[in-house]
Design a protein around this ligand. Structure first.
Ligand code: RFL
Ligand code: PHB
Length: 390
């Protein structure tokens, strides 16, 4: 089989890239290890920057997001017994939308299927060949057969556990990494929202986040040991922990509900530079990871895809290679900005084992500053909505 662009991974990066290329008349095939049900039901991100919303809307896949997503004009920071608001729209003129990642994926899969786009679910043994030539290929197993996809370009959108990154020779690549000694315990529960806006809470017991999914389903997280297991936590213990960390700031109680999903995620910052070699390009989590505190991961994947679409379009329409050549350099500017923001917000909000009282007071001083100085609040808001200069 032959196509112009072979895409590995049907996450937000791979599916959106395939769809944007289709809109420009460029053919692609998407190869995915999981099945459609699995990708459409995995619970991950929830916050979409305005630039992400605009791109999904321009691409014709924003209707449900607009109807069902919730537009938020600010969020709250809770610390030291108080809750203070960051007025995103007032400070930046931009807002965010809370709309689950798996809903974005459903919209993208539906668009690819409606356009008869080539999507292969359930592939295995994916391997990449010939990226130093102008005829690269991807080999894989599908429905018991060994297949080869020949293409002009291979795009690795296969997330942090994928195979693509390792196809860039280690000698040409530098990996930057920081692993945090804590994780997030995430729950989905039934019930009304506890607050109109997200609440990021710093507490001596650890960080907590109150987010939402819909008027009837809520998403909350609390900092935990990354090696802990969800079986160790009864629903009562989870609620006691969330109440202790969030309610104490202003006495307003978050609303308990029936918990129907629990998971623990580790926290990591990671950047692979370069993000390209020969005819192979990486996009999204395949090239970089941020801790979820800044809500940047999905938005960065979308930003990579925007740059890559323009570069591939310039290649096919104008026979230009300059935008492809500078892809990694262009994308990495935004990535490093988001890496810093996510690291900064994570460091300010979490309980850090072994931190001295002096270091704890520095966290509080920083929170006081970003919630009282218009300049500092604006810097935080610009980063959060994704319009900070890079
Ligand atoms: P994905 O979504 O991981 O998709 C990669 C796909 O590739 C497939 N795959 C392969 N396919 C073929 N062959 C192979 N060898 C393959 N190996 C892997 C996988 O099955 C998968 O389907 O990467 P992508 O597209 O780069 O998208 C990245 C985002 O998913 C991720 O950054 C976000 O979920 C991060 N994130 C958040 N981002 C935000 O922008 N806002 C948020 O509010 C937010 N909250 C979060 C998050 C991530 C979280 N977790 C679970 C780490 C909250 C959490 C808890
Ligand atoms: C979420 O709703 O899942 C969410 C919101 C904000 C974050 C991370 C995750 O920073």
């Amino acid at each position: 089989m032959r196509t112009q662009v072979g895409i590995i991974g049907a996450g937000p990066a791979g599916l959106l890239l395939s769809h944007l290329l289709h809109l420009r008349g460029i053919d692609s095939v998407v190869l995915e290890t999981r099945n459609r049900d699995q990708i459409e039901s995995t619970i991950r991100a929830g916050v979409l920057e305005q630039g992400t919303m605009d791109l999904l809307t321009e691409a014709g896949v924003g209707a449900r997001m607009k109807a069902e997503g919730a537009l938020h004009h600010g969020f709250e920071l809770a610390f030291e017994g108080k809750r203070r608001r960051i007025d995103l729209t007032g400070l930046t003129g931009h807002s965010i939308t809370v709309y689950a990642q798996h809903e974005v994926l459903k919209d993208l899969v539906a668009a690819r299927v409606a356009a008869n786009g080539a999507l292969r679910f359930g592939v295995s043994e994916t391997s990449i060949h010939g990226i130093d030539s102008d005829k690269p290929s991807i080999r894989y197993r599908h429905e018991g057969e060994t297949c080869e996809l020949q293409c002009d370009f291979v795009i690795g959108c296969d997330g942090s556990q994928g195979v693509s990154r390792a196809s860039i020779p280690q000698a040409l690549r530098k990996d930057y990494e920081r692993v945090y000694p804590f994780g997030w315990f995430g729950i989905l529960c039934e019930g009304p929202p506890s607050s109109d806006e997200l609440i990021y809470a710093r507490h001596e017991r650890g960080f907590a986040l109150v987010s939402t999914r819909s008027p009837n389903v809520q998403r909350m997280y609390f900092q935990c040991d990354p090696k802990d297991s969800v079986e160790n936590w009864s629903d009562d213990c989870i609620w006691a922990e969330l109440h202790a960390r969030v309610d104490s700031h202003d006495g307003q109680r978050i609303v308990d509900g029936k918990i129907f999903q629990k998971n623990i995620v580790g926290m990591r910052s990671f950047v692979s530079a370069t993000m390209q070699h020969g005819r192979l390009f990486l996009a999204g989590d395949a090239a970089h990871i941020v801790p979820p505190t800044g809500a940047k991961g999905l938005n960065l994947a979308v930003a990579d895809v925007r740059v890559l679409t323009q570069a591939l379009n310039a290649f096919y329409v104008e026979n230009r290679t300059d935008l492809l050549d500078s892809y990694s350099e262009t994308a990495l500017k935004r990535i490093w900005r988001a890496e810093h923001f996510s690291y900064w917000m994570t460091s300010m909000m979490h309980r850090i084992e072994g931190a001295s009282p002096f270091e704890q007071q520095l966290q509080v001083a920083e929170l006081e500053y970003v919630t009282t100085s218009r300049a500092a609040a604006t810097a935080m808001a610009e980063n959060y909505v994704g319009v900070a200069a890079v």
